[in-house]
Design a binder for this molecule. Structure first.
Ligand code: COA
Length: 191
């Protein structure tokens, strides 16, 4: 597969522009962090902004943090770009098996984020397909992720894309435990 693969996807306002998928580069760190902040807050800060949410996004999505991720050998970041603007990202980590699983060549899909105006147009499907194809080419047999039980749209998306529910994990913030579903997909049938 070529590093940059362009397809036309109907975007929200300009029906003829193309969405380009490409690996993230160090110069993307600032925009990636801001995009991730926007999508994270839209998805998880439903009650509004409080200190723990603000601290989390400022720390996890700081430019330095994104740059460190881009440079980490086992971490891969794919960006979706529309006319020079970042509109989506996929981040995965190689050689990280799911909890309680038999040892296997697995990768965790850490983040799949599409900016809200670009959702429902196939960008998420393309990012997911790109990650799967890259994982297969790197010899990874399983792709897995953790999704919050309150995120019905994401759970439906992953079910439609062939991920099976294989367990439970918890994300803790402010002393509260938030249940995640562990979803996994065997990539052997996509070879
Ligand atoms: C979950 C998420 C990644 C899905 O991304 P997306 O770009 O909206 O996904 P898609 O557009 O590929 O698919 C969603 C639906 O849009 C519609 N759709 C897809 N392509 C379309 C197109 N070309 N034209 C019109 N509608 C389309 C379909 O209804 C599709 O459902 P399907 O899978 O049954 O076909 C996205 O909603 C998101 O980023 N959410 C916020 C962050 C999040 O929750 N991430 C996951 C954390 S675990």
């Amino acid at each position: 597969m070529s590093k940059a693969e362009a397809h036309t996807v109907a975007p929200p306002f300009h029906p003829t522009v193309a969405i380009l998928l490409r690996p993230a580069e160090p110069d993307d760190a600032l925009c990636l962090g801001v995009l991730a902040t926007q999508v994270w807050l839209d998805t998880y800060a439903k009650p509004g902004i409080r200190t723990s949410f603000a601290q989390y996004v400022r720390s996890a999505f700081a430019s330095e943090a994104m740059l460190a991720l881009i440079k980490q050998p086992d971490v891969r970041l794919v960006v979706a770009e529309c006319e020079g603007h970042l509109v989506g990202l996929a981040q995965y980590t190689l050689r990280r098996p799911p909890p309680l699983a038999q040892p296997c060549e697995a990768a965790e899909l850490d983040r799949l984020y599409v900016q809200e105006p670009f959702t429902g147009k196939g960008v998420g499907a393309r990012l997911n397909a790109r990650v799967e194809a890259e994982c297969v080419s790197l010899g990874t047999t399983t792709l897995w992720l953790q999704a919050w039980t309150g995120n019905a749209r994401a759970l439906a998306f992953y079910a439609r894309h062939g991920y099976a529910d294989v367990g439970t994990t918890f994300f803790e913030m402010d002393g509260e435990r938030h249940e995640n579903r562990v979803l996994a997909k065997s990539l052997s049938s996509t070879r």
